[in-house]
Design a binder for this molecule. Structure first.
Ligand code: IPE
Ligand code: IPE
Ligand code: MG
Length: 250
């Protein structure tokens, strides 16, 4: 009996890196007859729940899409609430993350944020940089197209200064300049809120990720919903271009 348990644990494929498109806050709030803002506030509890779930499941990296490069097109009031919430999380929650040995980082084009917010981000990253537990990346003013363009620009500038030649530009060198390159590859991409699209999230990184879509709205997403997504991942067969037989026999 004990052997059975050991075997089944050994066979379980826990994803190392999970990313989440946390969608559905506005609809959740509307369904309750409240303003969109209350949905964003309620969404913070779901963030806490998935961080907890990720730690329990032994996930190495959790990347959360908090604000896309396209979200600047929303009403000014909503953007301002989202920025305040972000600031709140940075000042209040990061201490707790630090206590739990979590390494916090923000990915995205941070230049567009206020100086106060940028300073707070740097401070939080520095506070937690030597932590060895879960890596929590928050994608803010992030866009997959920006990420790839930015990497291309870095390589181009190295060609310009003769640090590298044109022939040094390949998938590996470009990859090294994209966000999250130093971390394990993305295994599972979850989207809540019922839409089936990537909305310019991790375009490069998701090349071979498994996708999991759920109708559950983000504020209703909890530890058990998260565990369910991990279970579904465990049942997937990842072939990376090979045949099913090849994969089974390796
Ligand atoms: C996701 O929820 C949060 C952000 C994009 C910041 P939404 O605000 O997009 O909620 P819906 O999709 O309108 O319900
Ligand atoms: C994606 O959600 C961005 C985040 C969850 C931060 P959106 O609500 O912005 O996506 P679209 O506009 O429906 O594609
Ligand atoms: Mg949405």
């Amino acid at each position: 009996m004990a052997t059975d348990i050991v075997l089944s644990n050994a066979e379980k494929k826990t994803p190392q890196h999970i990313a989440i498109i946390m969608d559905g806050n506005g609809r959740w709030a509307q369904a309750q007859g409240k303003g969109r803002v209350s949905g964003h506030k309620a969404g913070v509890d779901s963030v806490r729940a998935v961080v907890q779930g990720a730690r329990k499941a032994g996930i190495k990296v959790l990347t959360l899409f908090a604000f896309s490069s396209e979200n600047w097109q929303r009403p000014e009031k909503e953007i301002s609430v989202l920025m305040d919430l972000f600031m709140f999380v940075l000042t209040k929650e990061v201490k707790r993350l630090h206590k739990n040995n979590i390494r916090f980082q923000v990915i995205g084009d941070l230049n567009r944020f206020s100086d106060t917010l940028q300073k707070s981000i740097t401070k939080s990253e520095q506070l937690t940089e030597n932590n060895t537990g879960l890596v929590l990346s928050i994608a803010a003013n992030y866009g997959g197209r920006w990420d790839i363009t930015n990497a291309a620009k870095k390589l181009a500038s190295q060609v310009q200064t003769n640090e590298i030649t044109l022939d040094d530009i390949n998938e590996d060198s470009l990859h090294k300049h994209t966000c999250l390159a130093q971390l394990p590859p993305l295994d599972l991409l979850i989207r809540t809120g019922g839409d089936y699209r990537i909305s310019n999230f991790l375009l490069w990184q998701a090349a071979y990720a498994e996708f999991y879509f759920t109708d559950v709205l983000w504020p209703d997403f909890n530890e058990s919903e998260f565990a369910q997504a991990i279970d579904v991942f465990d049942q997937r067969e990842r072939r990376f271009g090979k045949t099913g037989e090849q994969v089974v026999n390796t």
